[in-house]
Design a protein around this ligand. Structure first.
Ligand SMILES: [Zn+2]
Length: 309
C-alpha cells in the first residue's frame, strides 16, 4: 500500500509504503486511515485540513459503493473502502480502478496534459489499461472497463490465463506469466540450444525457478535465445497495443508497470516495431510514463480532486 499526502498541484508532501494488511477485509481501510493520520502529523497538519481521499485499487470493484468485490490479489469477497475512510476521517473518499486512476493521473500531472484521447497501459504482474476518450474517462457500469489484459491475442489458446480463459494477452506477456510463455516456447527449441543458453545457466537448469526478470537479465547480457523470446513477447504485446489503438484511437499511449519500467527499451522497441502490422488506426506516439511507479498514486490524487470538484 502506497499512501501520499499531496497538495492540489500533485506535489507529494509525505509518502508512506507498507505491505497491505490482509488480516481482515476491514484492516485495509483501517490501514489507509492510520497512514493518513501518520502522514498528517509528520507534516504538522491537522487531519481536518484534508479535502478528500482518493483510492486507486486493483479490482474488480463497484466504484459507486466504494468496495472491492473478490479482488484478485486479496483473500476477501468484499472489501469496503470509501465508507469506513469517510466515517473515520470525516472527508469525502472515492474509489477508482488503479489503471483508470493512472490514466487520470497521467492527464492531470504527467505526459497527457491537455490531451482528450489518451490511453495508459500497464505491463506488470498483470496487464491493464485506462482510457480517456473525447475527454471522458471510460469506466463501464461498475468501473471495471478496459480489461485489456484479457483481450485474445492467440486464437489457438495455447496458454490459460489466471482468469481461467485461454489465449489472453496477460497469459503470455505479464510478469507473472512470462515464465509460462518461455517454457512453452522452449519445448520446440533443440536441447543443445537451450542448454547452451545463458538463460539455462541462470535457472540452473530448473525451469520451474524461472521468473520474468531472468529472461530480461539474460537478454541484456546478449543471450540470443533470450533476445529471441523477448522479441516474440514484444510481437504479442504489439498485437495487444494494436487492439487498444483500434478500440480507442488515442493520440498518445503511455506505458508503465514493473515489467516495462525495469526493461524500458526491451519492452517498448518491439512494440513500436510491430504494432503497425496489426493496427488499422493511425499509430500514436507510444512512450514510457514520466510518472514511473508513482503513476498509480498520482491517479489516486487526481481521482480525489475530480471527486471533490
Ligand atoms: Zn484472462
Amino acid at each position: 500500500m502506497r499512501v501520499v499526502l499531496s497538495d492540489q498541484k500533485g506535489r507529494f508532501l509525505e509518502k508512506a509504503n507498507e505491505n497491505v494488511d490482509k488480516t481482515s477485509s476491514e484492516a485495509i481501510s483501517n490501514q489507509i486511515v492510520r497512514l493518513t493520520r501518520v502522514l498528517c502529523s509528520k507534516h504538522g497538519l491537522n487531519v481536518n485540513t484534508i479535502e478528500g481521499v482518493g483510492i486507486a485499487a486493483t479490482g474488480p470493484l463497484i466504484q459507486e459503493k466504494g468496495v472491492l468485490i473478490k479482488p484478485t490479489n486479496l483473500p476477501f469477497d468484499y472489501v469496503p473502502l470509501t465508507e469506513p475512510v469517510t466515517e473515520e476521517l470525516r472527508v469525502p473518499a472515492c474509489l477508482v480502478n488503479d489503471c483508470s486512476g493512472a490514466a487520470l493521473g497521467e492527464r492531470a500531472f504527467g505526459a497527457a496534459r491537455r490531451l482528450d484521447n489518451f490511453v495508459y497501459i500497464t505491463i506488470g504482474t498483470g496487464i491493464g489499461c485506462g482510457a480517456i476518450v473525447n475527454g471522458t474517462l471510460l469506466l463501464g457500469k461498475d468501473g471495471n472497463g478496459h480489461e485489456v489484459g484479457h483481450f485474445v491475442i492467440d486464437c489457438e489458446g495455447r496458454l490459460t490465463c489466471g482468469c481461467g480463459k485461454r489465449g489472453h494477452w496477460e497469459a503470455y506477456c505479464s510478469g507473472r506469466n512470462i515464465p509460462n510463455f518461455v517454457r512453452m516456447k522452449l519445448e520446440n527449441v533443440p536441447a543443445i540450444t537451450v542448454e547452451g543458453s545463458l538463460l539455462f545457466k541462470r535457472v540452473g537448469g530448473f525451469w520451474s525457478r524461472l521468473v520474468a526478470a531472468d529472461l530480461f537479465a539474460a537478454a541484456k547480457q546478449g543471450d540470443s535465445l533470450s533476445l529471441k523470446l523477448v522479441e516474440e513477447i514484444g510481437i504479442l504485446n504489439a498485437m495487444g497495443f494494436a487492439n487498444v489503438i483500434n478500440a480507442y484511437d488515442p493520440s498518445l499511449i503511455t506505458v508503465g508497470g514493473t515489467v516495462t519500467l525495469k526493461n524500458k527499451k526491451m519492452v517498448l522497441s518491439p512494440i513500436k516495431k510491430y504494432v503497425k502490422d496489426y493496427a488499422l488506426n493511425r499509430v500514436p506516439k507510444i512512450t514510457i510514463t514520466p510518472l514511473g511507479e508513482d503513476v498509480g498514486v498520482y491517479g489516486a490524487v487526481a481521482a480525489a480532486q475530480r471527486y471533490i470538484s
